[in-house]
Design a protein around this ligand. Structure first.
Ligand code: NDP
Ligand code: PYC
Length: 337
């Protein structure tokens, strides 16, 4: 059995800050990246929690991250904002441009933010949850590296290309989903490989194009989309709208730019924010209340809302802290040596 260690969230935060600072990352990036890593661990999203410190250190040490990048925002149109992350992590660029995106969405009813030229390794729910907490409907997506075969194919072409959605609720936390368009996030397969666990059939193909339950083989071969041709179409959409549409890389181009370094993907992210008042005027509350009936209908069948597990994990972690694999912790602490 994997040995586990309990950590408080403050300890997770301190470890992340120390590791990232030791890699020479500028303080504003350390803070922004740490927030998403702590949020991942806190919410039981371990594929995007402190495991990512290993990935960050590897990407930085391979010269794939501009450690002190100062993003530059450009007001391209009344309802658009583009921020050039200048080779740094996406998180700091998002934090800088979030108020502008929200203000433009309120002014025009809808607005879009393109983060370009960024290094992207994080989950997207922190961003859509933040916007939905501000009363906006939010949609975010980003390509990654070409790891996923299109439905009917066997060779990697798409990224794991997540799509995240946030919806504001009158009471409590927003309705949020955040899903890779691959059967599972690559980080989850990497964690299976680290722990020597088999993966379910349907997650990947070996390098010969055959279904496999071996995590290392799937990582070397091709991952599969979720829902066959439907996930494949959504993955293609993400490539297009968060790639060429915003003048940035597709997953295949990102992997080519990586040049075998196995660092985090580089490219862009598209975030769309909609102010419900744009369509509804003074009737927002009435219609958001109708949306609540939909959520009640889901729960009434004994089904759960996406993010319910995450929010429950959050509530637990805030009290009890989190359990972290000792082997993973040892590898992370070795980065401080
Ligand atoms: P999952 O398949 O675990 O979950 C996807 C979504 O479905 C979540 O919102 C989850 O909510 C919800 N969900 C899961 N099970 C149920 C259920 N039984 N009933 C209702 N809802 C359910 O996540 P993925 O492996 O697809 O992705 C994990 C993370 O990886 C994402 O946060 C994504 O952003 C990130 N990622 C980032 C990439 C990048 O390039 N930056 C690339 C790929 C992935 P809950 O969390 O509450 O379980
Ligand atoms: O888990 O698929 C993934 C992933 C790619 C980039 C960041 N996370």
């Amino acid at each position: 059995m994997t040995a586990m260690t309990r950590m408080t969230l403050d300890e997770v935060r301190a470890l992340s800050e120390m590791v990232l600072a030791r890699q020479g990352l500028a303080p504003e990036h350390v803070a922004a990246v740490t927030e998403t890593i702590v949020a991942g661990e806190r919410d039981g999203c371990t594929s995007h929690g402190i495991y990512r410190l290993l990935v960050c250190a590897h990407s930085i040490r391979n010269g794939k991250v501009v450690r002190d990048a100062i993003p530059i925002a450009c007001d391209t149109a009344p309802a658009l904002v583009r921020i050039d992350a200048r080779g740094g992590y996406a998180q700091h660029a998002f934090n800088l441009s979030r108020p502008v995106l929200a203000a433009k969405a309120r002014r025009h009813g809808i607005a879009a933010l393109a983060i370009t030229n960024c290094v992207h390794f994080s989950a997207l729910w922190p961003e859509v949850e933040a916007l939905a907490s501000d009363g906006l409907v939010a949609l975010a997506c980003t390509p990654s590296h070409a790891w996923v075969a299109p439905a009917g194919g066997t060779a990697p072409l798409f990224g794991t290309n997540p799509i995240a959605f946030g919806w504001p609720r009158p009471e409590g936390l927003p309705f949020v989903f955040d899903l890779a368009t691959s059967a599972v996030a690559r980080g989850e397969i990497e964690l299976h490989r680290r722990e020597g666990r088999p993966i379910p059939l349907g997650w990947g193909l070996d390098p010969g194009g055959q279904p496999t339950t071996d995590a290392a083989e799937a990582l070397a071969g091709a991952m599969l989309t979720f829902g066959g041709h439907k996930g494949s179409a959504l993955a293609a959409m993400v490539e297009l709208i968060a790639g060429p549409l915003i003048g940035d890389l597709t997953s295949r181009e990102s992997l080519a730019r990586d040049g075998g370094a196995k660092a985090s993907p580089i490219g862009g992210e598209l975030i769309i924010a909609i102010d419900p008042a744009g369509f509804l005027g003074p009737n927002v509350a009435e219609h958001l209340a109708r949306a609540e009936a939909l959520f009640e209908g889901i729960a009434a069948q004994g089904a759960r809302l996406p993010s319910q597990r995450r929010y429950e994990a959050r509530a637990r972690s805030l009290i009890e802290g989190v359990l972290v694999s000792q082997a993973l912790l040892d590898d992370i602490k070795a980065l401080l040596g």
